[in-house]
Design a protein around this ligand. Structure first.
Ligand code: PSU
Ligand code: MN
Length: 305
């Protein structure tokens, strides 16, 4: 590992490394830009504890005052959950934030980069970025998609949010050579809903098979990771016909207010949260916990290597 990088490992991550216990990375943009305080802090703590209960070490990743934190202490997690100053970091701005000594939360793309340089193979998130609806005009395509083709980390998510253009998102992943693996069902899930109407290119029902495929990709010398799309539990799902009107209202409002670039995803999430009176947030927390558990199972299947 490069010595000159300003990395700070949480004590529990160092202990897990020393004892050969598996580690799962977690992102921080979902904390700073994806959910309001205090739900964001409650969610992050609960997800971390879910992993500890399985014997897996959580490593929430964020940049704080220029240091790349691999795992956050409870105090740092609270500071991050409360701050309104954190930048939203992707591949383009991660190095600038570290060099400038400022604070930023890592998106899926930036979390993958940090996980890869520290040798963490598996990462759990809620939803990934993707091709936005209207992308043929706006060219708004999340940097997350290209990252799956570059950083060798297996990412567990609940699909792409239905605020996106799902067919285009998965077409682009195919172009980039990213394995998209539906867990336990044939369809790609759509974040708040279990079904998207799209059949996944690959399906696996066993976390061990996902771990083996990850290792084989590495053995073949293929760059990039795998994307595991894990359906939200039945009891927590919001059916498509119920969430779609909220999505359309949010998209119309984003257009009316000329919201663009990095602000789009947080704006839409917040607006949908307001319209659904918190139901979208409850679903988001449930699917995040569900993804962490699957990531933990895959991490246990990897073993300590
Ligand atoms: N999914 C969520 N909440 C979030 C995000 C995704 O449920 O906050 C964040 C992730 O960090 C993801 C980012 O990487 O949104 C994508 O942003 P953009 O569309 O600007 O690339
Ligand atoms: Mn974007």
């Amino acid at each position: 590992m490069p010595q000159m990088l300003p990395m700070i490992y949480a004590p529990e991550v160092l202990a897990a490394r020393a004892e050969g216990r598996p580690i799962v990375a977690l992102e921080s943009t979902i904390i700073t830009h994806g959910m309001p305080f205090p739900d964001n802090q409650i969610m992050a703590k609960r997800v971390e504890q879910d992993l500890r209960d399985m014997g897996v070490c959580p490593a929430t990743i964020a940049v704080m005052e220029g240091n790349i934190h691999i795992g956050l202490t409870a105090q740092n997690l609270e500071r991050l959950a409360k701050t309104k100053e954190a930048a939203k970091l992707s591949r383009a701005d991660l190095a600038v934030c570290v060099a400038a000594g400022t604070t930023g939360a890592t998106t899926v793309a930036a979390t993958m980069i940090c996980a890869a340089i520290t040798g963490i193979k598996i990462f759990a998130t809620g939803g990934i970025g993707g091709v936005h609806r209207g992308a043929s005009e706006s060219f708004d395509v999340s940097a997350d998609l290209r990252e799956f083709a570059l950083s060798s980390v297996t990412v567990v998510c609940a699909g792409a949010k239905a605020i996106l253009d799902l067919p285009k998102t998965f077409e682009l992943l195919e172009t980039y050579g990213v394995p998209v693996i539906a867990f336990g069902q044939d369809q790609i899930p759509a974040f708040w809903s279990r079904e998207s109407g799209l059949i996944a290119p690959l399906r696996m029902d066993d976390p061990k098979a996902i771990a083996r495929a990850h290792q084989m990709r590495a053995a073949l010398g293929l760059a990039g990771g795998q994307l595991v799309v894990n359906p939200i539990p039945y009891i927590d799902e919001i059916p498509n016909h119920e969430i779609e009107p909220a999505i359309l209202a949010a998209l119309a409002q984003a257009q009316a207010q000329s919201i663009s670039a990095k602000k789009v995803t947080p704006f839409l999430l917040d607006y949908i949260f307001q319209i659904t009176k918190g139901r979208s947030l409850a679903a988001n927390i449930a699917l995040m916990r569900n993804n962490a558990v699957l990531a933990g199972q895959i991490a246990l299947a990897f073993g300590a290597d």
